[in-house]
Each structure stands twice: as C-alpha cells, then as structure tokens.
Design a protein. Structure first.
Length: 142
C-alpha cells in the first residue's frame, strides 16, 4: 500500500483501532476539499493496531474533538513536507457542538439555536455531561 506524503497539513496518529471513522464524521472531514487518507488497523508496536488520518490541508481542525474521541492520539503538523511539531492530546474540559444531548427534556431540544455544551465530569472514566441537564454524553455512532 502506498499513501503519498502530504505537503502541508496534519497526521493524526496513534488513534485506537476503529476510531478513525468517528473522527472523520465528527471533524466533518468529508466536507473538506482536500485529500484525506484513512489508514485503518495499521500495525503498531505500542497499540498492536492503530488508525491514522492524513489531512493534506492546513485548515483549522478542532483538536478538542480528537482529544474527546481518543486522548492518546498524537498530532503531527507537517509544513513543506517536513514534521514541524508533534502534539500530545488530553481530554478537553468542554466540547461544544460536537454531540447532541439525548435527553428529550433538555432545553437544547426545544431551543435549536442553543449550543450543545458538554463538560468533563469524570476524567478517570472519560465521562462528559450536558451543561444544561447533566445527562451523560454518548458518542453517536452512525
């Protein structure tokens, strides 16, 4: 398999196996007008298997979304074909408009213009809760 190198963009590496499609959907990578390569189940000495996403664009990407889906992922910033920065992620304290509250009585279901805000309520279990009704967040898999 041959995946070309990128000139300017990001390589999201060390994604847990199977997590790349969640990131693809939540980051709206399908809407970008650039090359996006997804490598699934690549061999990894550290993880056994991992996913990798290459984005050949220097557009803004919400790193909080990546940290929410997989806080152990790493971000490699590429400029002029060279690695210029490698970032480790952590769980974000808040995520905005990434998930939708599933509580039918939450104010966000009757006020459609209201931001969907979730806060990190338990770092050990990676639990996020709705800011308005405190319902537990779940990653919607589609």
């Amino acid at each position: 398999m041959n995946i070309d190198a990128i000139r300017n963009g990001l390589v999201i590496d060390h994604i847990r196996a199977g997590g790349a499609m969640d990131l693809y959907r939540l980051l709206h990578l399908g809407d970008m007008d650039c090359t996006v390569a997804i490598i699934k189940n690549a061999p990894s000495r550290k993880l056994g298997r991992k996913d990798i996403i290459k984005i050949d664009s220097d557009r803004y990407i919400d790193l909080g979304v990546i940290g929410f889906v997989d806080p152990d992922a790493t971000i490699n910033v590429i400029r002029d074909g060279k690695l210029v920065d490698k970032r480790r992620l952590d769980l974000p304290e808040r995520i905005v408009n990434v998930l939708k509250c599933r509580n039918p009585r939450c104010i966000t279901t009757v006020e459609p213009g209201l931001d969907q805000v979730f806060f990190l309520s338990d770092r050990d279990t990676h639990t996020y809760r709705c800011l308005y009704c405190e319902a537990k967040a779940e990653l919607n898999k589609k």
